[in-house]
Design a protein around this ligand. Sequence first.
Ligand code: NIG
Ligand code: FE
Length: 382
Amino acid sequence: MSLVITNIGELFTADDELGILHDAALVAEGGRIAWLGPAAQAPAADERLDAGGRAVLPGFVDSHAHLVFAGDRAAEFAARMAGEPYTGGGIRTTVAATRAATDEQLRAAAGRLVAEMRRQGTTTVEIKSGYGLAVEEEARSLRLARELTAETTFLGAHVVPAEYRDRPDEYVALVAGPMLDAAAPYARWVDVFCERGAFDGDQAREILTAGLKAGLGARIHANQLTAGPGVRLAVELGAASADHCTHLSDADVDALAGSPTVATLLPGAEFSTRSPYPDARRLLDAGATVALATDCNPGSSYTSSMPFCVALAVREMRLTPAEAVRAATAGGARALRRDDIGVLRPGARADLIVLDAPSHLHLAYRPGVPLIRTVLHDGVPL
Ligand code: NIG
Ligand code: FE
């Protein structure tokens, strides 16, 4: 079955060579993009979707989310808005709630968030564990995440759980050993929260190195609250991405600029923790690759909305709307080392969105407005 989308006012390909096309058409067949170009030259297809002069973009690639959890922390958010700082300490509250939940409850909650994301134009999402923090619990979280996405990440090193508070090195050995063994069959990536109060550079290195040896790719929660060693460790280990990048030294920026490690920025976290936003402009100008993601989680960033992150990146992080949309699509794909998503070009997956607007500019220009009209995943409308 083939589908032609006609009457596309603006086709935002997010592809370096193809750029932005006007008065365009696109043909999807077998879940892939078969053709795109000037509307007047569009080949025939079995079905036709009239975009009515609207903008068509790649589906968003949300490369950083924590969706397997129970409960929420709305009161913690309210306290922060009244002046309390974010420390990551609330993670243990969510761990207790998650351990107490059944598979069915966790599956339903995560599925609801993925559906929420889809409605907002996300066609690929990465999902981390990290609220189990025990061997069986982390394996369970990843098994449930796997039901929702192929991009699953083992984050046993989120914080040291309460029962290991006085023996953190034993916990690191557990994560790098038996927990990794149990998690690896369900995971594509390994991640560590490298931060004061969570895991230091040496502990992160030990866990990530073990993960790499087990065949997983690496990513790091780096430099969120302090300018620690996370970013440089990510670059040194060849991690796919360093996530947060809120507090960067010049050496961190240089390291990212000279490497394939993507700087994944999570402005929902700065919004919800009332923190200064990372300087996306500085990273792009230095030559680093930038991605945007939601960091959807019940503590630091309980948003599932990539359009919201795009708007924040434009307003608060000095990206142009086009740069922000590219970071939310092609950038996310780079952060997941994928070349089949995040761009519209022949051969790529037919994951795309039709906006209820004539151009991508409206995503930042009309913040908070539900502009996602149609979502196609593998060429099939959702
Ligand atoms: O990416 N910083 C570490 N992990 C999450 C927050 C998790 C939580 O607060 O529950 C983050 O911001
Ligand atoms: Fe996170």
